[in-house]
Design a protein around this ligand. Sequence first.
Ligand SMILES: Cc1ncc(COP(=O)(O)O)c(C=O)c1O
Length: 428
Amino acid sequence: MSQKTITRPAWQDPTSENEILAKIKEFDDANIHYFESKELGFPGTPPLPICQQVYSDYVGAHANNIGMHTNPRPDTSEYGFEGSQQAEREVIGMCADLMDASPDEVGGYISPGGTEANIVGCWIGRNRSKGRTAIVGSFLTHYSIVKAADLLGIGAKPQSDGSGLHLVGTDSNGHINLEHLWRVLLDLARLGLRHFIVIGNAGTTMLGSVDDIPGMCEVISRLEHEYPTAVVHLHVDAAFGGFVIPFLEKYKSRRIGFSNPRVDSVTVDLHKMGQTPYGSGVIMARREQFKNVFTLAPYVRGGDSTLCGSRGGVIAFSCWAAMKFLGRTGYEKEALERVRDANTTRQMLTEAGLSVFENDTNIVAVRGEFPLSKKLMDKVFITHAQEDFPADMSNPAGREFQTVWKVVVMPHMDIDTTIKAFLDARNA
Ligand SMILES: Cc1ncc(COP(=O)(O)O)c(C=O)c1O
């Protein structure tokens, strides 16, 4: 039998520290650096300096926050890391507060990001009942829900028996069409489905638009009234908007979180507008709901209701530091300033003749091709242009498309410089 030849990468022998550091510098030089760049479209911003300090001071301690630590009895958590478990418990408590729940009402954990948080939200919902399940949300729902639908065996597309993922239309500014949602749920219930996961978006990735969550709760209550055996799980994806929407006047009377009794689980990302290092999403659910995803772990005291297993305790420390450093009022100030900057951005782009969506949050989305060269889009004013965005947003299954691109106004951005540079480049 002939031996397979494998190409071995250059790591067989140790590399000197100097060489390593030089190479890492080279890797890093190939990245953008938020403060120096003119990038337009990332929901990323450097972690607060206090987070960076805590991270570098404690990464070496290598605490493992495996398991979930918001159990009513904290002594059921894994041995050895009580400190970072307590920090995480307090982070979840502060996030619960942001979503209008007191810490004893909801459980949760710091996940690697919004994707896992959304998958777990759907996993909890899927395990609440047996039988055919449908996930329903607007077409602006983040693609992590597509992954969830696939992984959970629900189906990433509508299935012939009614199960699967169903994406409904929105109004012209990206808010779920409640009538369309009702019609789809009703049609599926008439097909015999009794198990639904409904996704409410509180800050869509592309438009930053905020669904009418109380309105969605009313639709769900109506369905439950007509079909009393229906089990409906409402998951709110506030990965982007979680640290913005709660502070905006417009949403003080239309809250997105647990003050709606029909909201079951919520995703919030700290590593976006929470200004913490990557690896910090948060999933929260009403306490009893986590029983649906509990796994008895042979070697972890208290078992595990998370998806990912081992998790860095240093992330809990960094998140705790950020949240305590800014406090609720600090995040409020940040959110209001960024939305004000987004409104100015919208005005500047509109005056320059671009067709801009109305913005609910600090994402400003623009209809049409990105008006500069592809090279400038990819290398300088980095942003995402979605070419298959439905032309008619009320009918996402339609066959006509438009291009949409976006500006995400993050804390490090100086819009006077960045938007002006973009407009100057456009006029050049
Ligand atoms: C609305 C929304 N949900 C979920 C995610 C996924 O988050 P992550 O990239 O942290 O997994 C994103 C990412 O941009 C998002 O915008």
